[in-house]
Ligand binder design. Structure first.
Ligand SMILES: *Cc1c(COP(=O)(O)O)cnc(C)c1O
Length: 390
């Protein structure tokens, strides 16, 4: 016990020199589907890679340790993780979620979980009385904080107290801050979700997902589900994420520094109407984020004065690609209304503030000056007349 998180990205607590790996510093990729048994009733600990694989197990131990969890399970994507978790619920169960969620999660809940008989109430968490929405059949509360893409902050400990009082599971998608900046289990959450594709993998080169828990009963249930539905992460992808995590601490710090410089630039830019970033002192989420996390991260959202300008920026930045996803070393600009949140009903999307003037930025590790110059050149080259024809 007691290693700092920077060290935990590289070493497990109580790590033993394991003579099976010939002293390999980089954990080996066990590209094997199956494992020989010494005799009937005996096992090496591994039987078949759908159930468990040594490389995946190593990754799961690292992620459990980063989140201070009892167990972590690695899936083939963030959505595979969330979809597997939904198998914990049965027809008739009810779940309350925030309206500002990753669009793919909303699509899963609306298009697949609902068909399987699970009911959802999706509300603006900051405005509603959550307690008044809890019914006899309510089983869980599902949130992200900061939210995607509007960067609202939810007080995890406060929601956890409500969940405990009503015997509900609290599920927190911690993708945006990563375990480097925030540990929801420590604040009372029961399950933490990650898209490992994002900060944990960190290099825009693989897709992965995690569920982490500190409850043995939930771990047992999820282990049963992962071996049955078969969506565990493959050995090579497990290795890529293990490799990504080695630099998580330096990446998170540097990307955050860059994000703060870009926020300052955007705030001073007359064509930008709003900047959403929890690290802005005086903004709604600042105090809560400061209390419950160790940083504000490197995701930011901004609203420009018109939709043609938003489209112009996406077309004319030279360094910053217009691409979905986040959390990698490369800075990316996303257009939530046609990308991540295209499947959210339009009325609901606009009520939530996700208009066609809103851009989301995942800040990476380039020089902040170069990123700012790229954004500025794209904005300055905007000509309202021409842009009508984009
Ligand atoms: C990307 C993302 C997901 C889905 O993860 P995939 O790895 O793309 O399947 C879930 N939640 C959040 C917050 C995300 O950003």
């Amino acid at each position: 016990m007691g290693l700092d998180i920077e060290t935990k990205c590289l070493h497990l607590e109580n790590e033993v020199a394991d003579d099976h790996h010939y002293g390999a510093i980089s954990y080996p990729i066990y590209q094997s589907a199956t494992y020989a048994h010494p005799e009937v009733g005996q096992s090496t600990g591994f039987d078949y890679s759908r159930l468990q694989n040594p490389t995946r197990q190593q990754l799961e131990k690292v992620v459990a340790s980063l989140e201070n969890g009892l167990d972590a399970l690695a899936f083939s994507s963030g959505m595979a993780a969330i979809a597997a978790m939904m198998e914990m619920f049965k027809p008739g169960d009810h779940i309350i979620t925030d309206a500002d969620l990753y669009g793919g999660s909303i699509r899963l809940f609306d298009a697949i979980s609902a068909k399987n008989g699970i009911a959802f109430t999706r509300i603006d968490w900051g405005k509603a009385s959550i307690e008044s929405l809890i019914r006899d059949n309510t089983k869980a509360l599902y949130i992200e904080t900061p939210t995607n893409p509007m960067m609202r902050v939810i007080d995890i400990a406060k929601v956890a107290a409500l969940a405990k009082k009503h015997n509900l599971l609290l599920i927190v998608d911690n993708t945006f801050l990563s375990p480097y900046f925030q540990n929801p289990l420590d604040l009372g959450a029961d399950i933490v979700v990650h898209s490992g594709t994002k900060f944990l993998g960190g290099h825009n080169d693989t897709i992965a997902g995690f569920l982490v828990t500190n409850r043995q009963d939930i771990s047992d249930q999820l282990r049963y589900i992962i071996k049955t539905v078969g969506s565990g992460l493959a050995p090579f992808d497990s290795w890529l994420v293990l490799r990504g995590i080695k630099t998580l601490s330096v990446r998170m710090e540097r990307a955050q520094e860059n994000a703060m410089a870009i926020v300052k630039f955007l705030q001073a830019e007359p064509k930008v109407k709003n900047v959403y970033y929890p690290g802005i002192p005086g903004s709604g989420g600042y105090e809560i984020c400061k209390r419950q996390a160790r940083g504000f991260g490197s995701m930011l959202t901004f609203e420009v004065e018109s939709a043609p300008l938003a489209k112009h920026i996406l077309k004319y930045t030279k360094l910053i690609p217009f691409a979905e996803s986040l959390g990698g070393v490369e800075t990316l600009l996303t257009y939530p209304c046609t990308q991540t949140h295209a499947d959210v009903p339009e009325e609901e999307r606009i009520a939530n503030g996700i208009t066609d003037c809103v851009l989301r930025m995942s800040v990476g590790l380039e020089s902040a000056e170069d990123l700012i110059a790229d954004l500025k050149a794209a904005m300055d080259s905007y000509d309202g007349y021409k842009a009508q024809y984009i």
